[in-house]
Design a protein around this ligand. Sequence first.
Ligand SMILES: *[C@@H]1O[C@H](CO)[C@@H](O)[C@H](O)[C@H]1NC(C)=O
Length: 439
Amino acid sequence: MEQGGAGSRRRARGIALLVLAVVSLRALHAEAAAITQSDFPEGFVFGAGTSAYQVEGAWDEDGKKPSIWDTFAHRAADQYHKYKEDVKLMHEMGLDAYRFSIAWTRLIPDGRGAVNPKGVEYYNNLIDELMTYGIQPHATIYHFDLPQALQDEYNGLLNPRFIEDFMAYADLCFRSFGDRVKHWTTLNEPNIEPVGGYDLGSLPPRRCSPPFGESCAGGNSTTEPYIVAHHLLLAHASAASLYRDKYQAEQGGQIGVTLLAFWFEPATRKLEDVEAAARMFDFSVGWFMHPLVYGHYLPVMKRNAGTRLPLLTAEESARVRGSFDFVGINHYGAIYVVVDLSKLKQSPRDYASDAAVKYITLPFQSSRNKHGLGMTNHPAPWALRKLFEHLKHKYRNPPVLIYENGAGHEPDPSGGFLYDDRFRSHFLQDYIEATLLSI
Ligand SMILES: *[C@@H]1O[C@H](CO)[C@@H](O)[C@H](O)[C@H]1NC(C)=O
């Protein structure tokens, strides 16, 4: 994770020397010297991250009720019962920070109303355990796991009532844990949940309409992704302003939002492909970054989506603009694209066709091996550097925390303790080096 902002900018000059030293080491030795934690500026934080539905398990224990992800999948680790062992392992790994998410339905089982004391107790225990080892807790308030009760009652994210219920839940989180949690993320990837959940229908709550997605029970891929993103943007801004008004002075923490940020690279050098790549980045990251920094949606999104893109009122624009202390970035690689203007002639159109690009390569490749399905992502550490450059120039150099990066490559488990994990090891080294060079 990168701790950005004024502090690291002040150190930038010192770092330039360090970067030169690293570069010349590389020139001297065919095998590059491994970068270590001590090469980074003081205060730079290394950590690892999870989300509640991936690691907690215990989906129906101690008063917890289902989220829309419990309806979708149940496989998880068992951190709810094994948090002490997990935190000990984090300590042994030398982590400075742990990013986790809070399960809304563990704290407030029906989404709104009564608080579950066992849920509050669990997160108090987890946070206290982290504090014991000096590991910073970085908490995500909402990581895709909307209470099923709110989905059933009013269609969840499609209804502006979500904003009010989210604020009450966030308020409980700040009040209960803000004495120890100094890094809050309101939402994880609000720029992909609307696409997976409401355009393609591949993620919960699995809404879509033909021809854009298949076998959805209901939905409208043309309009719903924009509505859902709008409500998420307002929910983030509302919770951030609540935190700033009511808690920040006393608790002294920071609040941000975390976006999925692939880098989009033109597959040719043709001008229209270069423009298409920039447009795709705008549709994906600019969808949120632009209103967060400037208070309005990008003109290209207004142009291509027309009235399907909701308007930000003057009051909403003021609430959204500047509503973050840092931006969380989840970065997994580069996607090569070319222009496809024929998509703008389609009727009806969805979010994906509004961007008018065609994907040429994906950063992931799935492969079958004797153990099942593996996923490999292609390392492209240069893309991380381009991403940082872009954020710096287009969005006024916001403080950035890299909250996700890594490779889903599966090691061969037949080797026992000696399995070959060089792919992932090199992957991480290369991305850590790209981060250091970016500083
Ligand atoms: C989606 O909503 C738009 C705007 O209300 C409407 O024109 C269109 O017919 C809807 N599509 C579907 C599949 O319901």
